[in-house]
Ligand binder design. Structure first.
Ligand SMILES: Cc1cc2nc3c(=O)[nH]c(=O)nc-3n(C[C@H](O)[C@H](O)[C@H](O)COP(=O)(O)OP(=O)(O)OC[C@H]3O[C@@H](n4cnc5c(N)ncnc54)[C@H](O)[C@@H]3O)c2cc1C
Length: 418
């Protein structure tokens, strides 16, 4: 039976970075991927543009990481966002930094990021096999000896000295991330914390489907749980068939999902004119009133047509009526606050990441090594670690994988040197 130094399960962002790093250290590495191609998720990430990382300073970066950002401290220091940029640049992939310190490939193509990683991992000496699904681990005496892998026509046992689970979460399962790693971790004695979709669209109670596809720009949403303010976000949002999505909703979704799951009362309050105070809005409306007479004509000046009927309902005004002082007062109030009751959230199929995963308490954050099985390491989204949108999640995958691979290389060398 052929023996590898390291078998990595899952050729996503973490698996590829881990495989290339270990191979560069001279390890004989096998990277096993069950899909027909590596890195399917990277290829669709960032709306096809791949937001590789975020250039925020260490502490600001960690403020976007959950549930225990301290766990990422060593991994991020070891392979930081700036090192990630240098790394890709050194492979010939130029990058640009956009609003919100988000870093993208200059080509604008996520595909280029995936191909660049695959090429580098192979060039470094890692062997990559696709269409091969790891089904289980073989464990004896607190050590993994081999994996059982199924490549369709034949099942085989593949042995190695070290193993890294980099199978991702359970979101967007069509990309191959179907949660297999949680079963492997359980088999190894690890605990899996509650899994929840995160960075996910939210459902609105009694949603008005007339709003479907309406895009709102330069607006803000505030999140309230049981009547208490939790946070707000400014930017863009889009209504869909069942509720609302878009960058600011995704950013609020982690806390909204947690609260909705705990059966708390979750509300989103929409401010359609966050840049204007009530007083400024009053002045604006008074100016418009010289030119228009009905509520409808006034609202047409202030809002996209698609939202006017819903707005009138929420403001409790009749659109065909002449504008009165009372109605203009109601309009100002509603422009600053339309409350939507959140009835739930979309599933893992539409979640950008999985919140929850392998318990961090059972992993050494300085090495990514299992505290239960001596030759097992973890990297990427399979861990109970996730982050906001903005390039943080891929950086988590890169940093944890780099640290795991380097730790394995160090340990192997130590043992070989005696
Ligand atoms: C639509 C979308 C857009 C996103 N955009 C961004 C973005 O722009 N920036 C950002 O930072 N994050 C983004 N994310 C999140 C980010 O892509 C993930 O957090 C990251 O890819 C996780 O990397 P990973 O290597 O841990 O897991 P994955 O990328 O999920 O890779 C896991 C791999 O393991 C393989 N696998 C699973 N089980 C087995 C098995 N039994 N045997 C063999 N192989 C197996 C899978 O097929 C998969 O290829 C996005 C996510 C989605 C869904």
């Amino acid at each position: 039976m052929q023996t590898y130094d390291l078998i990595i399960i899952g050729a996503g962002a973490a698996g590829l970075l881990g495989a290339g790093t270990a191979a560069e250290h001279g390890l004989k590495v096998l990277l096993i991927e069950k899909m027909e191609k590596p890195a399917r998720k990277i290829r669709i990430s960032g709306k096809g543009r791949c937001n590789i990382t975020n250039t925020k300073h260490h502490d600001d970066f960690l403020a976007h990481v959950y549930p225990d950002s301290k766990f990422l401290n060593s991994a991020l220091r070891n392979f930081s966002n700036l090192k990630t940029i240098e790394f890709f640049n050194s492979l010939g992939l130029k990058t640009i930094t956009e609003r919100g310190e988000r870093v993208f490939p200059e080509s604008g193509k996520a595909w280029d990021v995936a191909e660049c990683l695959v090429k580098w991992a192979k060039k470094s000496g890692a062997e990559i096999i696709c269409n091969t699904k790891v089904k289980s681990l073989n464990i004896a005496n607190d050590k993994i000896s081999s994996v059982n892998a199924d490549s369709g026509d034949n099942e085989k046992i593949i042995a190695a000295k070290y193993f890294m689970i980099a199978t991702g979460g359970i979101s967007y399962p069509l990309t191959g991330s179907t949660g297999d790693g949680y079963n492997f971790a359980k088999q190894a004695g690890h605990t899996i914390t509650d899994l929840q979709p995160s960075l996910v669209p939210l459902k609105i109670k009694n949603h008005n489907v007339q709003l479907n596809k309406l895009q709102l720009k330069n607006i803000s949403f505030s999140l309230y749980v049981d009547g208490n303010y939790v946070g707000d976000e400014f930017g863009e949002a889009e209504f869909n068939q069942t509720g609302i999505t878009g960058s600011i909703i995704l950013r609020l979704s982690r806390k909204a999902v947690g609260a909705a799951t705990a059966k708390k009362n979750v509300e989103l309050k929409l401010d359609l004119k966050p840049a204007l105070t009530c007083e400024q809005l009053k002045n604006r409306i008074e100016r418009e009133m010289y030119a228009v007479t009905t509520n409808y004509a006034l609202l047409s000046k202030l809002l996209p047509k698609q939202i006017i009927a819903t707005f009138a309902e929420k403001a409790n005004i009749k659109l065909q009526n002449r504008i009165t002082d009372t109605d203009s007062g109601k309009i100002i109030k509603t422009l600053k606050n339309i409350t939507f009751e959140i009835s739930g959230f979309n599933g893992f199929d539409e979640a950008i990441v999985t919140a929850g995963g392998i318990s961090l308490k059972e992993i050494d954050s300085k090495t990514m090594k299992s505290k239960i099985i001596s030759n097992l390491y973890f990297a990427g989204e399979v861990l109970d670690i996730d982050a906001d949108t903005g390039g943080y999640n891929l950086q988590i995958a890169f940093s944890t994988a780099r640290l795991a691979a380097q730790s394995i290389a160090r340990q192997l060398l130590r043992i070989e040197k005696g």
